[in-house]
Design a protein around this ligand. Structure first.
Ligand SMILES: O=C(O)CCC(=O)C(=O)O
Ligand SMILES: [Fe+2]
Length: 617
């Protein structure tokens, strides 16, 4: 509760603390305040608080307040250590009234007891945060953080589309542990949480111009010019660690434009913690205290609870606008968060983990990935060997995305087809030499019979040396791997097969299936690698998808009938194949785990996600 001069407060309402003047530059104890500290009162001194109150009533006293018992919220007549307090505080309507009372009390005492009187200072209790922690707020002003603004609908849907494609076309993506980033104006260096101010890089893409013009018209934003952009692309489920954008590196306000998806952004200052729903197409402006003193972050999760609603996140792209500090340091009033004034920067994920640790983690993941799960033995490997011939008879169409990739390979390229199936792509690029293999022995035989150069291989450890291929294709393979570790290990080994600068095309089934009717026959599985609560979000869905071989086919023999299910009525042997069906952004998410690759293209094509990546080094 605040002190309200002129408004009388009862003794129990004085919830703050009292002290002698002088400590905080508020006088030397001689200048009158409207409060008195009166010593030598209390039961042990022969003057009760009630008697004092009666005595002071004639001197325009507003309240007589005994000291607060330490550690508790209650007033008590006892001071620290259980002894009865021998002083009280008194509040008067004005400093003049207090002065008059001080004179009288010092001269006359109370009855025949002499009292000691000094001026005092009252410190109202600190304001409790008005914001409840659990609450996700929809408006920045409801957070009560100075300088934070949320401008909704800052760009239109059409502009959002234009920005996303415009950003895709310019600059280079860089993969971080969980997300990818692009920088314009100045490169952001994650190891120093800042930029090298003399090293300007590629200019802002043209699609940004109308946005910077619009920003210039926002009165709350004071930076004259923004000269550094960071584009963050967060796959669904990925967030951002708590941080304050480095004071020494960036001057003025920091802005974030959200595209593609909403997210709840959280703000933290000491124990205080507040949440804001940041919708897509909004501009968040962090100015003043909100920029300098509050950490901001986005928790890693796929959905946000906003009131009673659960809001699903999808791939979110944000554009951070900053102004590089050209000279001098920051001299803000928040030294605890200010690296210019000696505050330590919180460690980044990158700095936290040593190279060795990262290596060890990668090794253990690979080790785990090398174990062949029963699910894949029974529902991938076993099935393809049974259905090879029948399967092959249905696989002849050359996909445009694959053709496009192969056509783009330079003359005489060596291309590996990892998981080649019936080898339909071996002859699809006459200017390249294509070799490869498959896990299914029967499919490998089939390819051999067609004269292809093939081996039986496991995508997680293919029998080729690393850096071998100019190009790799892996078509409809990764979705047969039943754990996150195996899908990542597969993607990693595909990248490692490439020479630096080589390209790989990986395609998988998408959750966004064009023939939804087909999916009715799919059996949904609970996630093989359920990792709720773990650091990797659950992405995509697992299914058993039937493959039916008619009785008249040679593949529907006795052995097949024992491994598959026989449907006498329809005259079919039905096998179930395991599929991990990928959601939008999931392939990029996987690739983001691999340090030396760049995503060149990721498109949806006829119920599939197709990603093209380049090995950088
Ligand atoms: O994604 C966002 O909105 C925030 C990005 C951010 O905090 C940053 O780039 O420093
Ligand atoms: Fe930030």
């Amino acid at each position: 509760m605040e002190e309200k001069p002129g408004e009388k407060m009862a003794a129990e309402e004085w919830q703050g603390t009292w002290r002698r003047p002088g400590k905080e530059g508020d006088g030397n104890g001689e200048e009158a305040t409207r409060y008195l500290l009166i010593g030598n009162v209390g039961p042990s001194c022969g003057v009760s608080v009630e008697a004092l109150r009666d005595h002071l009533a004639t001197m325009k006293v507003e309240a007589v307040v005994p000291p607060r018992e330490s550690g508790k919220g209650k007033r008590s007549k006892r001071s620290k250590g259980g002894k009865a307090a021998t002083y009280v505080f008194a509040a008067f309507g004005s400093a003049t009234d207090a002065k008059v009372a001080k004179g009288k009390l010092s001269g006359d005492g109370i009855g025949d007891v002499k009292v000691m009187v000094e001026y005092a200072v009252y410190c109202p209790p600190k304001e409790k945060p008005k914001v409840s922690e659990e609450y996700v707020r929809l408006r920045a002003e409801d957070l009560g953080i100075d300088g934070l603004y949320l401008l909704k609908d800052f760009v239109s849907e059409e502009e959002e589309r234009g920005l996303l494609s415009g950003l895709d076309e310019s600059g280079e993506w860089k993969c971080l542990a969980r997300r990818r980033v692009k920088h314009f104006g100045f490169e952001f260096d994650y190891s120093i949480r800042g930029v090298h101010p003399n090293k300007e890089i590629v200019a802002f893409p043209p699609c940004i111009e109308p946005i910077t013009d619009r920003i210039a018209g926002v009165k709350e934003i004071t930076n004259e010019r923004f000269d550094q952009l960071t584009v963050n692309e967060y796959p669904m489920g990925v967030g951002l660690s708590p941080h304050v954008d480095t004071h020494s590196a960036f001057a003025g306000d920091i802005l974030s434009l959200s595209l593609g998806s909403s997210a709840v952004m959280e703000f933290r200052k000491g124990e205080d913690h507040r949440r804001l729903f940041v919708p897509r197409r909004s501009l968040l402006a962090m100015t003043g205290e909100s920029r300098l003193a509050w950490q901001h972050y986005i928790p890693h999760r796929k959905t946000d609870k906003v009131g009673a609603k659960v809001v699903k996140r999808t791939m979110r792209t944000s554009i951070t606008f900053r102004t590089v500090r050209k000279q001098g340091g920051c001299s803000c009033p928040f030294p605890e968060q200010c690296d210019s004034q000696g505050a330590a920067l919180p460690p980044t994920r990158m700095l936290e983990k040593s190279q060795q640790q990262q290596q060890a983690e990668a090794e253990s993941m690979l080790e785990k990935a090398r174990k062949f799960p029963e699910m894949e033995k029974d529902h991938v490997h076993g099935v393809y060997d049974c259905i090879a011939g029948h399967f092959s008879s249905t696989r002849f169409a050359i996909w445009p995305e694959v053709k496009r990739f192969l056509d783009g390979m330079p003359e005489h390229s060596l291309v590996g087809d990892i998981g080649c199936g019936n080898g339909k792509y071996f002859g699809a690029a006459k200017h390249c030499r294509v070799v490869g293999g498959d896990l299914s022995f029967e499919l490998v035989q089939l390819c051999k019979n067609r004269g292809h150069e093939v081996v039986q291989l496991d995508v997680v450890r293919p029998p080729y040396r690393q850096n071998l291929f100019d190009g790799v294709i892996s078509i409809a393979v990764l979705h047969h791997m039943s754990t996150f570790e195996r899908r990542l290990a597969a993607m990693t080994s595909i990248v490692n097969l490439l020479r630096p600068g080589g390209l790989a095309l990986v395609t998988v089934w998408a959750m966004e299936q064009e023939e939804v009717k087909k999916m009715k026959k799919w059996k949904k599985l609970s996630h093989g690698d359920s990792r709720e609560g773990a650091s990797v979000p659950v992405l995509g869905k697992d299914y058993l998808v039937p493959w039916s071989v008619p009785f008249h086919r040679p593949e529907a023999g006795e052995v097949a009938k024992q491994s598959g299910k026989v449907d006498e009525q329809k005259g079919l042997v039905v096998f179930e194949r395991f599929y991990h069906v990928f959601e939008r952004g999931e392939l990029e998410y996987l690739v983001n785990y691999i340090p030396n690759v760049t995503v060149m293209r990721c498109v949806y094509d006829r119920s599939n996600w197709c990603i093209t990546v380049r090995r950088d080094t």
